[in-house]
Design a protein around this ligand. Sequence first.
Ligand code: GLU
Length: 428
Amino acid sequence: MANKAFNAFEMAQAQFDKVADQLELDEGPRELLRWPLREYAFSIPVRMDDGNVQVFRGFRVQHNDARGPSKGGIRFHPQETIDTVRALSMWMTWKCAVVDIPLGGGKGGVICDPHNLSSREQELICRGWVRQLAKNVGPLTDVPAPDVMTSAQHMLWMLDEFEHIHGAKYPGFITGKPVGMGGSLGRTEATGFGVIYTLREALKHLGLRPEDTTASVQGFGNVAQFAIRLYNQLGGTVVCVSCWDQTDQKSYSFRKDDGVILDDVLAITDRFGGIDKDKARDLGMEVLDGDAWIEQEVDILIPAALENQITAETAPRISKKVRVIAEGANGPTTPEADAIIQQREIFVIPDFLANAGGVTCSYFEQVQSNSNYYWEKDEVLGKLDIKMTAAFLAVNELSVKRKLFMRDAAYVIAIGRVAQACRDRGWV
Ligand code: GLU
């Protein structure tokens, strides 16, 4: 395996196969769920600001919709591939199932780097993406949302294009919209807060008090920022964060032993979560290697960036002090690293459980949009906490009862529900 290039979809299939074996899943559901139901790959020509046309590659993958319309974000990333989108769409199926919301799994992407695109060019990519898919997505079939490097503004452009094409208002077509334009209060916070709701329950289970713990966070985008905010509110101290540096084309970690002050760091951060190194030094932060976040002597690691970060190479560098890994990102840990973590008895809150707060709030947003009645923020976050806590407790209980690794316990519940829906519909 050592020299083999990382492939997220092979990893997602390997995770699935392991649990399908444990569940003794029949051949029918096994073959159906190992692959997406539908895939779209297309070109988006864009007249750039300099007058030239550039063609971007776009994707949408609908992994499964037995439990409801496909649901999942759209990523803008220069390294996007059909296989990352396939993997992410499969993880969305399990994510919606583990929190028991009536949605399936999908994911989309465009190969592009928004750092180098004007707002107008990004708008044209959004509109072009919808034009290619207008007949294959919609409030009753497949509902997109924000993800890596896409925001509420991108969602609104996409909604506007969809409504132009279909000639009516369909606010339930997409989630993560701006508040006041069909968006839900609390949606921006939801993924990061959800990570901390599950972390809070994990700490309770382990007999640890949040105020006695420290954490190191990989990433400083939307998920990381709101996870840090709520973890701080519970009394926890974040001593290290990391981020991608667009100028140097590499990442850095930023350490402050007495605790990173979130608002100070936010004031020196760009809209992609990039922290200004010089200004960080002025704030008394040490600037370290990109990987340094993983070897900090902390109680909690929160990978909240991209997939394939905790690997066979990096996992051995995790400090002996670490008790919990709460996966804010999708697919941050490879199966080889899982084996190391499991053997070290570190408590893992797996990605598709820990970061399910985003899609759970998206579901609440759909409900609000479709009924054109909007809830107060406390109501949204209260319902989110209840849903996330219930999902965590169910997975943890199964993990204890059947002596399963947390990731496997979450998969057993999720795959079980989706396979049952496929059987009940008579598909397999
Ligand atoms: N992109 C987020 C995720 O990976 C949210 C998806 C959604 O809200 O549909 O879970």
